[in-house]
Design a protein around this ligand. Structure first.
Ligand SMILES: NC(=O)c1ccc[n+]([C@@H]2O[C@H](COP(=O)([O-])OP(=O)(O)OC[C@H]3O[C@@H](n4cnc5c(N)ncnc54)[C@H](O)[C@@H]3O)[C@@H](O)[C@H]2O)c1
Length: 342
């Protein structure tokens, strides 16, 4: 197996903390050759820190020089996922793109279509799929002991977690608020248990009361006068076969806990809670709860980067691919449309 050459576009937090460390751990399969960020000093500093040979301040230059990669990891802000992914595919590179897939359904669809047309891999970094609780739940589902899953409650809620840094409250750069930043992670997990289908109906509401009025923040101080996105989103998704998902996500909500991320899964033979994993069923005529106290620690990013490389090598892998990303982005768009019509 030849070693793939990787380029990072967007030299911020996720590139530094997640992707470059994962690439270093997979040095028998991939080598980071280039870093591209709009600020060349940032690109050079990150390249120096992670031992990457080439740094650029724009990808055009990178594709025309020795730093041209086989794979691109798109770590830019949400509004740049589409243009840099399309450009990378046009330049013959496989793309591992950060979440959310794009700003809207059209962009995500075009990204998936171009990857398919070019015979290249496109996948997204929904790394929470590799949580051992989720992998075990999927395996348990495959035994048939949950029966048919008919409803999932999917929550990613923060009490006062509007980030006081970055672009999180800027609609033009982010495309939305809590849903497009946090909710997409838990939506990916819920869709993965229900066949990754397109819903037939969506009813949603979004709110911005706390974001626009200001108040105490637990993730820094935000500016209410420039708050342009939703601070909370509640959506009911109805799928073919009478399957449903209830999705709740917030940057800010007057609730007791600081943060909660969870799935509650309800099937005809059993149900489950994801964190910590427990299964709720009936055994020998009695109600029973099964717990899983021996799950191993997993490096989610390492697992998801490995899955991406497996796809590039022609293997199957547990990763959100271009097609699933397009479905997820279509659902996000429909949730925002439904909320706008309330
Ligand atoms: N999978 C996850 O759990 C997870 C976690 C955090 C962030 N993310 C995603 O990663 C992406 C980046 O987030 P971040 O926290 O690293 O943000 P960040 O602001 O720290 O980094 C973004 C980087 O993109 C660079 N950039 C901006 N314009 C550019 C251009 N024209 N050309 C090249 N580079 C440019 C910026 O200079 C910056 O370094 C977002 O889409 C975010 O949703 C995913």
């Amino acid at each position: 197996m030849s070693i793939l050459k990787a380029a990072i576009i967007g030299g911020g937090h996720i590139a530094d903390q997640n992707h470059l460390p994962a690439l270093a751990k997979l040095s028998d399969r991939v080598k980071a050759v280039s870093i591209c960020s709009r600020d060349i000093h940032k690109a050079l500093a990150l390249a120096d820190k992670h031992g990457v040979p080439f740094a650029y301040d724009n990808p055009d230059q990178m594709y025309r020089s020795e730093g041209k990669p086989d794979i691109v990891i798109n770590c830019t802000a949400n509004n740049l996922h589409y243009p840099f992914t399309m450009q990378a595919l046009e330049n013959g590179c496989h793309v591992f793109c950060e979440k959310p897939p794009a700003m809207n359904a059209r962009e995500a669809r075009e990204m998936a279509d171009l990857a398919k047309k070019k015979g290249l891999i496109l996948a997204y970094n929904f790394q929470r799929r590799h949580a051992p609780e989720y992998a075990t739940l999927k395996n348990y589902q495959a035994t048939g002991n949950l029966g048919e899953i008919y409803h999932i409650k999917a929550n990613y809620l923060r009490r006062r977690g509007i980030p006081g840094w970055g672009n999180f409250t800027n609609k033009t750069i982010q495309g939305g608020g809590a849903l497009i930043d946090l909710g997409v992670h838990i939506l990916d997990l819920a869709l993965g248990l229900t066949g990754y289908q397109q819903p037939t109906r969506i009813v949603a509401n979004t709110y911005d009361f706390i974001g626009k009025s200001g108040g105490k923040g637990l993730k820094g101080a935000w500016n209410p006068s420039t708050f342009e996105v939703e601070d909370a989103c509640f959506a009911h998704l109805s799928f073919p076969g009478n399957v449903s998902i209830s999705l709740s996500t917030s940057f800010a909500l007057n609730m007791e806990q600081e943060e909660t991320i969870n799935l509650e899964v309800f099937g005809t033979k059993g149900g489950a809670r994801l964190f910590p994993l427990s299964v709720h069923t009936e055994i020998a005529g009695e109600l029973a709860d099964i717990r899983f106290p021996h799950l191993a620690d997993v490096d989610f990013q390492l697992e998801n980067t490995t899955a991406f490389l497996d796809l590039c090598d022609g293997e199957t892998a547990n990763i959100c691919d271009g097609e699933q990303g397009a479905i997820l982005q279509q659902i996000v768009e429909q949730i925002y449309q439904s909320a706008a019509n309330q």
